[in-house]
Design a binder for this molecule. Structure first.
Ligand SMILES: *Cc1c(COP(=O)(O)O)cnc(C)c1O
Length: 361
């Protein structure tokens, strides 16, 4: 029997009755866009993150694009971003005619190295976009101090880290504004595309509510050149169900990660490191090895699916030819060596033990 990398069917089957009830409620209501379910979800998710506002949007990429658009930075302003992130963070910057300034990660945390940021700040820098990669929260203190010193906005890409905690505060509430994705495979996932923005800034929230809806606050009056990027009622109703179980699911992921960390013993494999258990929600459990391709094949032969997050760094992508010649050795090393093991709230102990035995052999 193959061990799937992620069994979404099994995850959602746990809540099938409740989800069907929620979707039926929407069907029967006759109201499908910008209604009561979205309003309730926005309220509940803001509460969960500890922020004053939440604005539902169509997906995680749009969440980041719209945050940057709402700030209205001058064209070609510079936005600092980790070099090893998923391409979406960087696309959101380019989409606004802004310039991504790539900063290397720390090889132990895989998150942006706070010590490498200051030397990249120029007159044109307007914001630092941090990414809680793989579900591990970024250590914010130094970054917040730099932002204060240089008057920069801090934008979180929280697409992989719903519920992770830094010094008592959750992601979404660690900077000026945060983008979330509810893509089905994320820790909080819906049954299609979905996303949200959280913030404590009332003015920003107000403009985001208009921007996602054709730039309109009053129907047929358009204040901004907005877009159509809304979280629909069906997805909002599903998310309201799944949000109730997010902490439970993250706890399960932490237990599995702990078990992997205690039981994988192989000196060719580098395991992820953490200090505070609450700081990680284990969207992905990533290991590193010099023999990544061989290991992936070996595991597949044993019926274990793994995925590489990510095989090509953004600065080596065809979409970014203008920066293909950048040298970012830590980022490039991570992309060559990284491999994600199966982890999810529904993976069985039996399967976890099979993964561990295979890795140890
Ligand atoms: C998934 C993801 C996004 C984009 O989310 P979508 O909903 O797929 O648009 C952005 N950033 C990171 C780090 C992600 O993992």
């Amino acid at each position: 029997m193959t061990i799937p990398f992620l069994d979404l069917q099994k995850i959602n089957a746990q809540y099938a009755d409740e989800i069907k009830e929620a979707v039926n409620r929407v069907i029967d209501s006759g109201w499908y866009i910008l209604g009561k379910e979205l309003e309730a979800f926005e309220h509940e998710f803001a509460n969960y993150c500890g922020t004053k506002f939440c604005i539902g949007v169509a997906n995680g990429l749009d969440a980041l694009i719209l945050i940057l658009r709402a700030y209205n930075f001058p064209a070609m302003s510079e936005i600092i971003v980790p070099a090893n992130t998923y391409i979406a963070s960087i696309l959101s910057i380019s989409a606004n005619n802004l310039k991504p300034i790539l900063v290397e990660p720390n090889i132990n945390t895989y998150n942006i190295d706070p010590d490498l940021i200051e030397s990249k700040i120029t007159e044109k820098t307007k914001a630092i976009m941090i990414v809680h990669l793989y579900g591990r929260v970024v250590e914010m203190d130094k970054i917040l101090l730099l932002a204060k010193k240089y008057n920069l906005k801090v934008i979180e890409d929280s697409a992989q880290a719903h519920g992770a905690i830094y010094k008592g505060k959750r992601t979404g509430n660690l900077g000026d504004a945060s983008g979330f994705s509810f893509y089905p495979g994320k820790n909080l996932g819906c049954l299609g595309d979905g996303g949200a923005i959280t913030t404590n800034d009332a003015e920003l929230a107000e403009s985001l509510k208009a921007l996602r809806n054709y730039g309109s606050q009053v129907k047929y009056e358009n204040l901004y050149k907005g877009v159509n990027s809304r979280l629909d009622e069906v997805q909002a109703s599903v998310l309201r169900v799944k949000l109730k179980y997010l902490d439970k699911e993250n706890k399960k992921r932490r237990e599995i990660a702990k078990y992997y960390l205690e039981n994988i013993h192989n000196n060719k494999i580098i395991l992820p490191q953490i200090s505070d258990p609450e700081s990680h929600v284990w969207h992905l459990f990533t290991i590193r090895t010099k023999e990544r391709e061989q290991l992936q094949k070996f595991l597949l032969d044993k019926g274990i699916q793994t995925i590489i997050h990510y095989p090509i760094p953004p600065h080596k992508q065809g979409a970014y030819k203008e920066i293909n010649n950048l040298s970012l050795p830590i980022t490039e090393q991570i992309h060559k060596e990284i491999l994600s093991l199966p982890i999810s709230p529904v993976i069985s102990m039996n399967d976890i033990n099979r993964v561990i035995e295979s890795l140890n052999s």
